[in-house]
Design a protein around this ligand. Structure first.
Ligand code: NDP
Length: 593
């Protein structure tokens, strides 16, 4: 009998998933968004850096230019240092190291992965995170600590962007110029410009007519809201604030807005799944007694657990590991196994939906806050204050029945003919992930014979392991496209950085003047990516659009811009075996003349 009830509930949920997905499917996919520059020139300004900063241009020859001073860039630089290579440059748009943690200073911003697995190099630095899920200012501070400890600051050119970059076949070097007049030639060119750094805005009719104040969450304007990342906002007490988006960022920011603003309107297209967070301090005694090697073990163990590898123990044992320990999009064709996975997925998401009922007082609001999608469709959030915010009289959920905000007047968003006048409109609308690399980087590298990356990749990415690309010698990419993907992004970044630093050092050691993927190896790698995609394809039929599936796009480009969908542990295995081979299989190499 219970089985029948379960089966009926599951069938109903699947039908609901399909309906909710269909409501949200649209033909414009990633094109529904606009980048911050262009139509909205002030949206991309750096609110944290000194606008009057100047410096003399640099003219130099280095071994490597690393684009990006976030974890990927820093870890690559640290990797090179460990190989004894110090002649590198880090070029960073922001005013300091930190990447994500430099830009994201919105109130409530914190790491949604346990600090002891997220923060890199904890054994080397001896740093003990204060909380299980550290807040953004602490993580930004840790990035600065890495910069100091590994002596990276002298290598960095901050508030600087690449203007032009071209491979010179005659000199076997990259020729790189920047927005500050620097002219750098470099043997290697590492693109570590960020996984989710290019902020986007929904291209909403009337967006540029809005007369109130507006900004994206990654450009938080504390001069308008008052407060700081560590001090409560104190200038919103008489303000009506709207926030568009209900992803991981919004889930963290809404509780802080709820405390500070007169009225808060949360414009929802798709409800977030919000599990229990249960944050708390890190026990110093426990931390001091960790055995050497604990950090790598913990990082690997967490990824094993949340990618369904079922290791003997679950060291982190938190919401992530409990919810994601079964890979319900497993690549299997066994109908019984598929049915069981669907049942487990439904049960997991039903507990999330039940939590909404338990926490939110108003049944109508609770109903609207329930996520009707599978647990692998979007990134799950964990927070203990988001759902209770909707019990406050000043917080209003404006559900758009899957359509999103599509019209803004001079006074505010208009939903179903109702105008919501606002003093402040915040865009928690996310970042580009699988869009064209040159757009995300903000420059278009020119490879052999001056062919631009956008040209060679006009039909989508061409890489081996997501790292090396034919016709772009000595260029290495750290981006999830055609590479690994996982809950703990820094695990992925650390492995990628290790790989890139290894390639550079090995080329130097083995007298290699240039290295790139062969087109054959790229297609072989694409074949590997496709060979494991079956389970995800089956699962995604019931997924609402998100950056996980290129916003539901079915274009040929989206088909190439995929990630290695099985466990990141397996992706790392490909990199490790390739390095162990020692002779760069699948790469075209040319020795030093
Ligand atoms: P997301 O892409 O996850 O969310 C964007 C939100 O904007 C979605 O809710 C989306 O709705 C909504 N949206 C887009 N267009 C419209 C529209 N026209 N009207 C209404 N809503 C709209 O971005 P986030 O910044 O929240 O998070 C991005 C990622 O950053 C996370 O997945 C996570 O990986 C990372 N992150 C990590 C944190 C950490 O602790 N490590 C903290 C915060 C973020 P819909 O769902 O329908 O598309």
């Amino acid at each position: 009998m219970a089985m029948d009830t379960d089966a009926t509930a599951l069938a109903a949920a699947k039908e609901r998933y399909r309906l909710e997905r269909d409501k949200r499917l649209r033909t414009d996919g990633n094109n529904q968004f606009v980048q911050l520059e262009g139509n909205f020139p002030n949206f991309d300004n750096d609110p944290y850096a000194d606008p009057d900063f100047t410096r003399d241009p640099v003219a130099e020859q280095v071994d490597a230019v690393i684009v990006g001073g976030g974890f990927a860039g820093m870890l690559t630089a640290i990797g090179l240092t460990r190989h004894g290579m110090r002649n590198f440059r880090i070029i960073e748009k922001g005013g300091d190291f930190g990447g994500t943690w430099y830009w994201n200073r919105y109130p409530g911003c914190m790491c949604d992965v346990e600090s002891m697995t997220y923060l890199p190099l904890l054994e080397e630095t001896g740093y003990r995170p204060t909380e299980r899920y550290a807040s953004a200012p602490e993580i930004f501070g840790y990035c600065q600590l890495l910069g100091r400890n590994f002596d990276l600051y002298p290598h960095a050119l901050f508030q600087t962007e690449i203007a032009d970059s071209a491979w010179d076949d005659a000199t076997k070097n990259w020729s790189i110029s920047t927005t500050r007049g620097d002219q750098i030639t470099s043997k290697f060119f590492v693109l570590a410009g960020g996984l989710l750094h290019k902020a986007k805005l929904p291209n909403i009719a009337g967006l540029d007519e809005f007369e109130g104040h507006a900004f994206h969450t990654s450009r938080w304007d504390y001069s308008f809201t008052g407060g700081s990342p560590t001090i409560d906002m104190d200038q919103l007490g008489d303000k009506r604030v709207g926030i568009i988006g209900t992803g991981a960022t919004s889930v963290q920011a809404v509780p802080k807005l709820a405390e500070a603003a007169k009225e808060v309107y949360v414009f929802q297209r798709t409800p977030a799944a919000v599990g229990v967070r249960n944050n708390g301090p890190v026990d110093p005694v426990w931390f001091e007694n960790l055995e050497p090697g604990w950090h790598d073990r913990r990082i690997r163990n967490f990824t094993e657990v949340v990618t369904g590898k079922e290791p003997d123990e679950d060291l982190v044992d938190d919401g992530w590991s409990q919810l994601m320990s079964v890979d319900c999009q497993k690549n299997t064709e066994d109908p019984d196994e598929i049915a069981e996975l669907e049942r487990l997925d439904f049960a997991a998401m039903d507990s999330i939906r039940q939590r909404v009922d338990d926490v939110v007082d108003d049944p109508e609001t609770a109903e609207l806050l329930k996520p009707w999608w599978g647990k692998h469709c979007k990134r799950i959030c964990f927070h203990d204050d988001y759902l209770p915010s909707f019990n406050r009289p000043n917080v209003h959920l404006v559900d758009t029945d899957g359509l999103g905000v599509s019209e803004i007047s001079a006074r505010g968003p208009v939903i179903d003919g109702v105008e919501y006048p606002l003093d402040l409109l915040i865009f928690a609308s996310g970042f580009e992930v699988t869009t064209d690399l040159d757009k995300r980087l903000g420059f278009d590298p020119k490879g052999r014979d001056g062919v631009a990356l956008s040209e060679r990749w006009h039909d989508g990415a061409h890489t081996m392991h997501g790292v090396l690309s034919a016709e772009f010698p000595n260029m290495m990419i750290i981006s999830i496209v055609q590479a690994g993907f996982g809950t703990n992004f820094v695990h992925f970044l650390g492995e990628s950085a290790r790989h890139v630093a290894w390639i550079i050092n090995e080329c130097e050691q083995q007298g290699v003047a240039q290295i790139e993927a062969t087109p054959e190896a790229e297609e072989e790698w694409l074949g590997v990516l496709y060979s494991v995609v079956g389970g995800v394809a089956r699962y995604s039929q019931f997924c609402t659009p998100s950056y996980y599936n290129s916003e539901g796009s079915r274009s040929a480009k989206a088909a190439r811009n995929l990630v290695y969908v099985e466990s990141m542990i397996d992706y790392v295995g490909f990199l490790e075996r390739w390095r162990e081979a020692g002779d760069f299989p699948g790469a075209r190499i040319e020795p030093v003349a």
